[in-house]
Design a protein around this ligand. Structure first.
Ligand code: PZK
Length: 287
């Protein structure tokens, strides 16, 4: 048989396998992390929502940049993809001031060398989206780096190419999300190089695990925003007084069900498709 897969590695909530010399299998589990800790309780179908969303965006953005997607498997959570030479930087685009971007701005007035206006508040929309690359940390947190440091890792021409493509992708998807009442505050993309030296979008794209999605109707700059998907989990964990170190708490059934509903709602609002239809026949709908 030719359906053996070799485990290559684990992310916090995903597994990576080799299928053959040219194909990989990315499997999204139902695990969820909060405050950087993977919780002992799973969210049913979370992996399917993320795989379906990622597949949707790969299909929708294929005219902007080719991507690694070959096929979605019938389990709805597994993506067969092309094996690439991955670039050693995370390609982050920020349209709003949050997370490490907000931290860096408060400390220096700049993010990754982008000097910003004075007086911006947390979660404020930036004058324009900015490309803020980061290193890929093996453990711990990625480190934000400026253009010079990133270009040293990937080369000047490749840097310019991923910057342009990342901003174009953010522009396309943030407009789609905004039209459906969801703010795409920021997103992390990963690119690889194929056998012909061409840039290819890889990994997961525009999922709640790689992006900050905020409900537009609750947007209120001047502080942190509620997360579209994880807010019930965060609020519940905070209510327990958990110290945010391993191991995390078990979730209650109502927190699990409420959170699953938020993931499904994100899928349906962002794709315009019924999640039950995706479960029945996992597929990407071409633009
Ligand atoms: C690749 N990761 C991240 C680590 C995961 C995912 N198309 C590709 N070609 C070569 N390598 C990768 C990809 C993709 N995507 C992705 N690491 C390498 C990663 C651990 C578990 F699910």
């Amino acid at each position: 048989m030719s359906d053996t897969a070799t485990h290559l590695g684990s992310g916090k909530v995903r597994e990576l396998y080799s299928l053959d010399g040219v194909r990989l299998l990315l499997v999204a589990s139902d695990r969820i992390s909060t405050f950087d800790v993977v919780l002992p309780t799973e969210i049913p179908d979370k992996g399917r929502v993320l795989t379906g969303l990622s597949g949707h965006w790969f299909a929708q953005t294929a005219a902007i940049v080719p991507n690694h997607l070959l096929a979605l498997r019938d389990d709805g959570r597994s993506t067969e993809c092309r094996r690439l030479e991955m670039l050693p930087i995370e390609c982050v685009v920020r349209g709003y001031l949050s997370g490490s971007g907000w931290k860096d701005y408060r400390a220096s007035g700049a993010i990754c060398g982008h000097v910003l206006p004075e007086g911006l508040v947390e979660s404020q929309q930036l004058p324009e989206p900015i490309f803020t690359p980061a290193t890929k940390a093996q453990s711990g947190h990625d480190e934000n780096i400026d253009r010079v440091a990133a270009a040293a890792l990937v080369g000047e021409a490749r840097f310019d190419e991923v910057e342009r493509l990342s901003l174009e992708l953010y522009g396309y998807v943030s407009a789609q999300a905004a039209a459906r009442g969801i703010i795409l505050a920021d997103t992390k993309l990963e690119f690889g190089i194929d056998g012909d030296g061409k840039l290819v979008l890889a990994d997961e794209a525009f999922t709640p695990d790689s992006s900050r999605f905020w409900p537009a109707d609750e947007y209120e700059p001047g502080g942190p925003q509620p997360s579209f998907d994880k807010q019930f989990v965060r609020d519940y964990c905070e209510s327990l007084g958990w110290d945010k170190t391993y191991p995390g708490p078990e979730l209650t059934d109502d927190v699990v069900m409420g959170t699953r509903a938020r993931y499904v709602e994100a899928f349906e609002r962002l794709t315009g498709l019924a999640f039950d239809d995706y479960l029945e026949q996992p597929e990407v709908v071409l633009a």
